[in-house]
Design a protein around this ligand. Structure first.
Ligand SMILES: Nc1ncnc2c1ncn2[C@@H]1O[C@H](COP(=O)(O)OP(=O)(O)O)[C@@H](O)[C@H]1O
Ligand SMILES: [Mg+2]
Length: 235
């Protein structure tokens, strides 16, 4: 099983944009890529029924032959709020095993899965279960999207520590310029390059409405495809 778990320094830092760009970059290598957004909170009405915007973006990035929206996102919650709270509102509980099963199905029909995490790495999904537990159970290497803004150094370093503490490998990180007014952005990227023991896969400029297919050219996915960089079971 090959794939990635895309996490971020926070919610709204560009995980979906970066995950879509990664899907394009991996497809450009000739791989059949299945995206997944296992749990999504916030549903919008579409012609085909209720769906989440991240799910739709990921399906679009996967192109022809993309999995069905329900396969990409097995747990769709109505309200855009912390997932365990959105689930409780609906009288539901998020369980790990169905998410793993849904991932196995996607992995069986693809060469590579790109799994967008929910919020940041410690976001609770249930009473004793969070995004980090999901990543660990999937056993996928992690890509960290750093939303460049004040505070991102602390968030990035805490997340990297937590990835390792979960027994997972930080396979790379992406610097995403979400705040055009951020001072010393390059110096922040340099500070992280010195401290994160993982390759910088690319820098995404501030570009509202960016096309993830075009951004894919800014990402170097080769470190993710190196031999020995496969996923591995951890627990
Ligand atoms: N580099 C960028 N330049 C401009 N806008 C961006 C950039 N990265 C993300 N955004 C915007 O910020 C918002 C959050 O990005 P998104 O990828 O949905 O983050 P996440 O998945 O981490 O919640 C979206 O509206 C997105 O279009
Ligand atoms: Mg997202």
């Amino acid at each position: 099983m090959k794939g990635l778990f895309v996490t971020g320094t926070d919610t709204g830092v560009g995980k979906t944009l970066a995950a879509c760009a990664l899907v394009h970059a991996l497809r450009a290598r000739g791989l059949r890529v299945a995206p997944m957004k296992p749990v999504a909170a916030g549903a919008v009405a579409t012609e085909g029924g209720w769906a989440n915007e991240d799910t739709i973006a990921l399906a679009r990035a996967a192109g022809p032959g993309a999995p069905a929206l329900e396969a990409i996102t097995p747990v769709l919650l109505r309200e855009p709020m912390a997932p365990h709270i959105a689930a409780a509102l609906e009288g539901r509980a998020i369980r790990l095993e169905p998410l793993l099963e849904a991932h196995r199905r996607l992995a069986a029909r693809s060469d590579f899965t790109v799994v967008e995490g929910v919020g940041g790495f410690h976001v609770p999904l249930g009473e004793a279960f969070d995004a980090r537990d999901l990543a660990a159970a999937l056993g996928l290497p992690v890509v960290l999207v750093v939303g460049l803004r004040l505070g991102c150094l602390n968030h990035a370093l805490l997340t990297a520590d937590s990835v390792r503490a979960a027994g997972l490998r930080l396979a790379g990180w992406i610097a995403n310029r979400i705040d055009p007014a951020m001072a010393a952005a390059d110096e922040n990227v340099a500070a992280l390059a010195e401290r994160l023991a993982a390759p910088l896969l690319g820098r995404i400029p501030f570009q509202p409405g960016a096309d993830p297919a075009a951004l894919a050219r800014l990402l170097d996915v080769s470190p993710l495809l190196k031999k020995g960089s496969e996923s591995f079971p951890t627990k």
